[in-house]
Design a protein around this ligand. Structure first.
Ligand code: AMP
Ligand code: ZN
Length: 114
């Protein structure tokens, strides 16, 4: 997707504070962090949102989550805990239409959500 900001970060066409990249996913720090750790984990392939997922993407989605676990350990927040969020569509608060998993931690999260 030529006009997608996350595709451009993945391809290093624009700067991004990347913390991980492999054949399937890229992770980079959110430009407006809401906590000491705020990382976005995204598929390298452009998928606009959860609504566009197909059964062929199941291994990829699993890899998003195991990458989140690995990065949480690396950030030192695995034991203290963290929150994983995927926003979907207007009511979900999705702003960037390239699927992304927010990994947020390093402070106590507020609850309830919504
Ligand atoms: P969402 O509301 O789930 O679509 O979240 C989009 C997130 O992307 C927000 O937390 C933004 O701060 C973040 N974001 C937008 N542009 C960039 C960028 N160029 N680099 C890093 N994070 C970004
Ligand atoms: Zn994209």
């Amino acid at each position: 997707m030529s006009d997608c900001v996350f595709c451009k970060i993945i391809a290093s066409e624009i700067p991004g504070d990347k913390v991980h990249q492999d054949e399937q996913v890229t992770a980079f720090r959110d430009i407006h962090p809401v906590a000491p750790t705020h990382i976005l984990i995204v598929p390298n392939k452009h998928i606009a949102s959860i609504n566009e997922l197909t059964s062929e993407d199941e291994a990829l989605v699993g890899h998003l989550f195991t990458t989140a676990r690995t990065l949480a350990e690396r950030e030192g927040i695995a034991e203290s805990g963290y929150r994983l969020i995927i926003n979907v569509g207007p009511h979900g608060g999705q702003v960037v239409y390239h699927l992304h998993l927010h990994l947020i931690g390093g402070k106590k999260m507020r609850y309830p959500m919504g």
